[in-house]
Write a protein that binds this ligand. Structure first.
Ligand code: MRU
Length: 365
């Protein structure tokens, strides 16, 4: 995704003239189309409908979405009052927070935008300066994510060896982040920076096929040898000795290390434990929710039954059948061998190691 604005040194000009654009991921892999989101409602819909998806990408899109929502106040040269500007900021953040419940990066990014707004208000900034500064904050959230994805890739690549086979579930790649990815960053770093030769097995990821449509697509684009398999093949691949480690992303990690990620991740973690395969989670610190004691408290999104009964418009189940369609599950901390963050690897996964590594403000070298 990007904030497409003319080259300018003036943040307010970039705010006014800029447009929020993102690849519509629902069209991949057959169509690669960038869309402009000109209203906050369309940004909300884009997140809800998974046009932009993946925890860090949802947070970044929401930050730009706040700017889109504020832009309407300045239409046709209008000059909003400070009161209406800051009221609108809070309103936009509250509205976007209702788009999806599980990925904590959404709330983290919106909190960061509103905190910035409160600071600007306290400092008596003009609405023009505040608008420019909020765009700069959204761009910082985006740029920081790109940098820390590369750091996670570097830390995680130590677990990838020449000739190895690695499994991933859902899409935790460049599409799901500012750029480069979390779990897939590990493969990109090992492939591009370290020249290692290995194979990635991508679970197709029912029901919305993020693994088939997105992960397989971006790994191939980046020249990483990839094999696509149905979700139900994962345990067999492990039993056959073809998987040396599993790498997945996360949508929210509780203080005790329980990990919410795409539905099916828990089954993969169980199969990994049963077959003695290390199971790594790769996630930035913005994915941790230390206010939650355990994964039981993580809100799990339930999505429409049609995603299961008629995926991509093709009816595959009888009319009227009851459907259970949770979008995420929780993998207990004891099944996780390590969590790769931008501050280093949390291992063993305990409250103490999490508090130490995730609590550090400075990124370790
Ligand atoms: O429903 P989605 O496609 O947004 O789910 C995404 C995932 O579960 C990813 O694994 C997670 O957000 C990590 S992305 C770096």
């Amino acid at each position: 995704m990007r904030w497409n604005a003319p080259e300018t040194t003036n943040a307010y000009e970039a705010f006014i003239a800029g447009r929020f654009e993102a690849l519509d991921q629902t069209l991949l892999p057959t169509r690669v189309e960038w869309r402009q989101w000109r209203t906050i409602e369309s940004v909300w819909e884009g997140i809800k409908a998974l046009r932009v998806r993946g925890a860090p990408a949802i947070g970044i899109s929401a930050s730009y979405g706040v700017c889109v929502g504020l832009q309407t106040l300045f239409e046709e040269g209008a000059h909003p009052s400070a009161e209406s500007f800051y009221a609108r900021l809070e309103e936009c953040a509250q509205y976007l927070a209702t788009s999806r419940p599980t990925a904590v990066n959404l709330f983290w990014a919106l909190d960061r935008m509103t905190a910035k707004g409160r600071e600007l208000r306290a400092n008596g900034a003009s609405v023009e300066d505040a608008a420019g500064a909020l765009l700069t904050e959204a761009r910082a959230i985006h740029d920081e994510d790109v940098a820390l994805c590369r750091r996670m890739g570097r830390y995680g690549a130590q677990f990838v060896k020449d000739g190895g086979g690695y499994l991933t579930h859902c899409n935790a790649g460049g599409l799901a982040t500012g750029e480069y990815g979390t779990a897939l960053a590990v493969f990109y770093w090992a492939h591009e920076e370290e020249g290692k030769k290995f194979r990635v097995f991508a679970d197709e990821t029912r029901p919305l096929l993020q693994g088939a449509r997105l992960t397989a697509w971006e790994l191939l684009q980046n020249g990483v040898p990839t094999t696509l398999a149905c979700d139900s093949v994962a345990a067999t691949l492990m039993r056959q000795g073809k998987i040396d480690a599993v790498f997945v992303g996360a949508d929210r990690i509780a203080a005790n290390g329980d990990v919410a990620n795409k539905i099916g991740t828990y089954s993969v973690a169980l199969a990994a434990r049963a077959n003695g395969v290390p199971f790594y989670v790769v996630a930035p610190r913005s994915t941790f929710d230390l206010a939650l004691d355990s994964g039981d408290q993580i809100p799990i999104e339930e999505r429409a039954p049609e995603e299961v009964t008629s995926p991509y418009g093709r009816v595959v189940a009888p009319d009227g059948v009851d459907v259970y369609n949770p979008a995420f599950d929780v993998t207990p901390a004891e099944l996780v061998s390590g969590i790769v963050t931008e501050n280093g690897v949390v291992s063993p996964v305990t409250r103490e190691t999490i508090a130490r590594i995730v609590g550090e403000n400075q990124m370790a070298e």
